[in-house]
Ligand binder design. Sequence first.
Ligand code: SAH
Length: 263
Amino acid sequence: MVQGSTSMQQIGKVYLVGAGPGDPGLFTLKGKTLLECADVVVYDALVSPPILAMINAHAERIDAGKRRGRHSMVQEDITHLLIEKAQTNAIVVRLKGGDPFVFGRGGEEMEELLQAGISVEVVPGITSGVAAPAYAGIPLTHRSYSSSVTFVTGHESVGKYRPTVNWHAIAQGSETIVIYMGIHNMPYIVAQLLQAGLTSATPIALVRWGTRPDQAELIGSLGTIVQQIEESGFEAPAIAVIGSVVKLHETLSVCRPVIVGMR
Ligand code: SAH
């Protein structure tokens, strides 16, 4: 696989692989092939068990799981680990939930690896912001309801590297809004969107563990959703979809996708 390398002096490569949202049937063939021949796999908490089961038995498996409040490895350590592993192994897979370049820090990791002189290749995955609404019967665009969609993080880390989200511009400029990591911040987000001119009747859907057997949905409006979250104890990880397309859930969710190979 690695040209010109010998067992004494290997030149490794890191593959930033998107695992998709959970259903193993949505994982790419390229990603699966890499898991079958990887020397090392460093994976995140949101990667589903059936996809981890595709990792070959000889590979070193490293859980870099990072979930809110339970940081098992900090980002800097993960990058150092990838650099170290790529110096002694041919195929290092960095496996991330959804798509690595969509709120997955894949861009930052790739920059740092390249700076360290390591070859990197990205293998896209299906992002949860597309797949979770789809499995809940919500198309993000529709000729009668929406001709624009915005993907936004609801978990803003205010700092010099990232500007804060301009909720006013998003509310005014996009007919469908898809929010990642927004559940804990929903009271603030809803208040911002109402202030920006959206009405309290605007439909919203929350989809938790989208495309997995335990997928759960909460459907409401901007006026009701905060109370619904409190009353139902609805938790992350979930995608929020806001806009008229959510109305389609009622008719389109009658046909449920079959989740392939999920036990
Ligand atoms: N790179 C990932 C996103 C990572 S950010 C992607 O492309 O999907 C983590 C957030 O993604 C979670 O807080 C949640 O909002 C969302 N998420 C990831 N997997 C999900 C799933 N199966 N169902 C619903 N939301 C999910």
